[in-house]
Design a protein around this ligand. Structure first.
Ligand SMILES: Cc1cc2nc3c(=O)[nH]c(=O)nc-3n(C[C@H](O)[C@H](O)[C@H](O)COP(=O)(O)OP(=O)(O)OC[C@H]3O[C@@H](n4cnc5c(N)ncnc54)[C@H](O)[C@@H]3O)c2cc1C
Length: 495
């Protein structure tokens, strides 16, 4: 069995919660997928609490919820429910806790570590119908939203008020803010503006028991008690269900400038990144594409990228117009000092969006090339970027695999992306071996196995091996205290 891609499905007979009566026997749905009917009392309870129109159990309705953005992982849930209020979430969790029914919380299912992958007999609690913008407070520069609002809707609500919500995961048009908080998502602006955690001021959370808590407030400073909100940020749906998020907004930058530089050698791009940081410029975006990715993006988006270069850097600075002009000129100078082939400077917003599209479309462009796209998330200190990229390329050669690498170079966060086919078992085995080596190398270089996509099921075994015993013990105890019956996202992140 592969080490970090778990078995895709369990036998149908293993799926029932003790003491419950099945409404119907388990059925085989398709290639290896099984579905178990939820216990009749659970189903009836959920229909009564949420309304029958918010409870799905038909096989054809469940299939879209049997996977997330992670390749090669599929599992049918027992049902999917769509609460509309925090009270409904609380009531559903209370019922689930009493009947020991596993709950997998889901936003838009764009996660890349299998976090919202169902377990065989679970109820998927999908938050997308809780998508209201509740309050924009101009006096305190905060935005209160329901957890199912998309990241784009958050950005748009801030923008409409002349304000700015910076975190921008590549999936922002569809990912939910609840999913972003649960994964502590990063994005293209992480280098200057930080990640989701840096913008969360408060959370409403429903615990597995059904009890609800509010943690945080609109104060810039608050050291009263443990920072509970920080516990739930990045908890990947294992400690509670986030139903409302209070976000910090910042003033909109007055100006921005976007540049793209191409390089014949990888080291020249890596040195450019180091020199930009050493010059004390913190661009809002400093992104990288390797040769394979450049070719796929050009084939897909027809942006006019040169195909004979090894590396492409997308650089963007924002802020006061004078500072932006100065920083853009400096970045161009640094790229040229490092023998870049070409620098393109966007003349206006449309051109800037066009250049940024090269990076934003990287995953979609790679995904067209092969039946299975496995996007990894190795992260290293910035000083080790060139070494890490060289290692990824050597590993691709060693295992005869196709890997396109792109990512947030300013953050040291790389996305080596395997272009493969899950039906080809020998190749999938080589992918396993190669990714193990890549993660081990990232850690050897002082890095981590995930910079932003989380552990989920995909990286559970690595977390176990890389985290010290004391920390693992505290994580397990915390989870046991908050979820003594183990109903929330069982089998994810920790055993
Ligand atoms: C094309 C593409 C580009 C991406 N780019 C980026 C990127 O640049 N940066 C980045 O960090 N990630 C990126 N991702 C990964 C993914 O989009 C993020 O992890 C995102 O935050 C997931 O949001 P979601 O609503 O889809 O959550 P889901 O995938 O539905 O869930 C993710 C996890 O959060 C939990 N969860 C969801 N909602 C809640 C809630 N309300 N309460 C408690 N737990 C909850 C789930 O149980 C699960 O464990 C990308 C994914 C794709 C497909």
């Amino acid at each position: 069995m592969p080490l970090h891609r778990p078995q895709l499905s369990r036998p149908a007979c293993a799926c029932l919660c003790p003491g419950l009566t099945p409404e119907a026997p388990g059925r085989i749905v398709g290639a290896g997928l099984h579905i178990m009917a939820l216990a009749a009392n659970v189903l009836a309870g959920l229909r009564e609490l949420l309304g029958p129109e918010n409870v799905l159990t038909a096989v054809e309705d469940l299939i879209p919820y049997s996977f997330d953005g992670t390749a090669a992982l599929r599992e049918m849930p027992g049902g999917v429910v769509f609460p509309r209020t925090t009270e409904q979430v609380a009531a559903a969790l209370k019922l689930a806790n009493a009947t020991r029914t596993p709950i997998v919380t889901r936003g838009s299912g764009t996660g890349l570590s299998g976090g919202s992958l169902p377990c065989p007999d679970c109820v998927v609690l999908c938050l997308v119908k809780m998508d209201q913008v509740l309050e924009l407070d101009r006096g305190n520069l905060t935005l209160l939203v329901e957890a199912g609002a998309t990241t784009q809707a958050v950005f748009d609500a801030a923008n409409a008020a002349g304000l700015f919500y910076p975190p921008d995961p590549g999936s922002m048009k569809i990912s939910t803010i609840g999913g972003n908080v649960a994964e502590n998502s990063g994005g293209l602006r992480g280098l200057k503006y930080g990640v989701t955690r840096n913008y969360v001021m408060g959370l409403r959370v429903v615990l597995p028991s059904g009890a609800t808590l509010w943690t945080g407030n609109k104060c810039v400073k608050d050291v009263a008690g443990y920072s509970l909100k920080d516990l739930f940020i990045g908890s990947e749906g294992t400690l509670g269900v986030i139903t409302e998020v209070l976000l910090r907004l910042v003033p909109k930058p007055q100006a921005s400038q976007t540049l793209v530089a191409t390089f014949a050698q990888m080291d020249q791009a890596a040195q450019t990144v180091s020199d930009i940081i050493a010059a004390q410029i913190i661009p809002c975006t400093l992104e990288f594409l390797d040769r394979t990715t450049i070719r796929c993006v050009e084939d897909y988006a027809k942006i006019g990228l040169p195909l004979d270069c090894e590396a492409l850097l997308l650089m963007e600075t924002d802020g006061h117009p004078a500072v932006v002009a100065e920083e853009a000129a400096q970045m161009e100078r640094i790229a040229r000092q490092n023998q870049c082939r070409q620098v393109l400077v966007a003349k206006d917003e449309t051109e800037a969006a066009n250049l940024a599209a090269a990076r934003r479309s990287a995953f979609s462009a790679l995904a067209r090339v092969s039946p299975t796209t496995i996007l990894e998330d190795a992260t290293v200190p910035r000083s080790e970027l060139a070494a890490m990229i060289r290692f990824i390329q050597a590993t691709a050669k060693k295992y005869q695999l196709r890997i396109g690498t792109f990512g947030h170079m300013g953050d040291g966060n790389l996305h080596p992306t395997f272009l493969t086919d899950e039906r080809n078992q020998p190749e999938m085995q080589r992918v396993e071996e190669a990714s193990k080596e890549i993660f081990a190398e990232a850690v050897r270089l002082g890095g981590t196995i995930t910079g932003e996509h989380g552990i989920g099921v995909a990286k559970k075994s690595f977390l176990r091996r890389l985290t010290d015993d004391g920390s693992l013990r505290v994580m397990r105890e915390l989870r046991r205290v908050l979820d003594p019956n183990g109903i929330l996202n069982p089998g994810k992140m920790l055993d």
